[in-house]
Design a protein around this ligand. Structure first.
Ligand code: CUA
Length: 321
């Protein structure tokens, strides 16, 4: 028991189903504890019987009637009752867990790509904006998620907030998240989807509702114009090397749809879906050595850029707050 406790105490942090910070995760953790306690009780009984069987001195005369009752009762009836109760307990949580959330509030569309998350918010008034590898959720509100995939099967899992759900090509799956605690949590892809399967992390920020509203206004705004000569030069490098064929920067004429939307890329916490921090050196590394930083990435490494060009481009992108 002490060992179990010691192990469980370690199960804290931004990515733990045993430290729930959302309504669904709370239900799932509750179910886990019922299952774990049930399994422990059954194990203790079986062990006690095993020890008894080893220790007991065999009697010459067996009471066959008692023995048969014991085998049928303990071997068939008891497990049937226990499993039925646990199944009923599990199923009774289903209606709560598949409750999709209000249709008249903001809707979040998540697309699992190789190997990053495309996230599009659709607000009540029809405003839309897209970002990557980041979710922002207001505390105490149930937020509907619509999940798709253009390539292979992925699975979205934010253990602190809820259960997992697959993103399947040709299908739209639905779930909802309802955070109960403020904080930064981590989501992962829980379905092997190719070489960089472990390199598609999702940062989830749970904030108070007013902060969420302010954030949606910032994100909906077009990109800020480059502020310095260096950044202006970076914007020209972006155009000259055709980056806009794959990336959108709203407010400019770059409207590519293949890669992540970069309108406010400088405001995100990291780059490359949890691989690099978000600063100028990280942008330089990502752009010039993409395929080494992220094996299998569809973006080619732009290792032909001269150092000053690379620096200008990185500064421009970092400035897109
Ligand atoms: Cu996407 Cu694993």
């Amino acid at each position: 028991m002490l060992i179990v406790l010691a192990l469980v105490v370690g199960c804290d942090g931004p990515q733990s189903a045993l430290a729930p910070a959302g309504r669904d995760a709370e239900r799932i953790a509750e179910l886990f504890w019922w299952m774990a306690i049930g399994a422990l009780v059954v194990w203790l009984i079986v062990m006690a019987l095993a020890i008894y069987a080893v220790r007991v001195r065999p009697k010459r005369e067996h009471d066959w009637k008692k023995t048969r009752l014991f085998v049928i009762g303990g071997g068939a009836l008891w497990p049937t009752v226990v499993l039925t109760v646990l199944l009923a307990a599990g199923l009774s949580m289903m209606p709560d867990l598949i409750e999709h959330g209000p249709a008249d509030g903001p809707q979040i569309h998540v697309s699992g790509e190789q190997w990053w998350w495309r996230v599009r918010y659709e607000l009540q008034d029809g405003t839309q904006f897209e970002l990557a590898n980041e979710l922002r959720l207001p505390r105490g509100r149930r937020m509907p998620l619509w999940l798709v995939s253009p390539d292979v099967i992925h699975s979205l899992w934010v253990p602190s907030l809820g259960g997992k759900i697959d993103l399947i090509p040709g299908r739209v799956n639905r779930m909802a998240l309802e955070p109960t605690k403020l904080g930064v949590y981590r989501g992962v892809c829980a379905e092997l989807c190719g070489v960089s399967h472990t390199n598609m992390l999702l940062d989830v920020f749970v904030v108070e509702a007013p902060e969420f509203e302010a954030w949606t206004r910032e994100q909906a705004a077009p990109a800020k114009a480059p502020a310095s000569e260096l950044e202006r030069r970076g914007a020209r490098v972006f155009g000259a090397h055709g980056c806009g064929a794959c990336h959108t920067i709203r407010g400019t004429d770059n409207d590519g749809r293949v890669g992540p939307d970069l309108t406010h890329v400088g405001s995100r916490i990291g780059l490359g879906a949890g691989i690099l921090p978000n600063d100028v050196p990280a942008f330089e590394r990502w752009i010039s050595d993409t395929r080494r930083v992220k094996p299998g990435a569809h973006m080619p490494s732009f290792d032909m850029l001269a150092k000053p060009e690379l620096k200008a481009l990185a500064s421009y992108l970092d400035g897109l707050k």
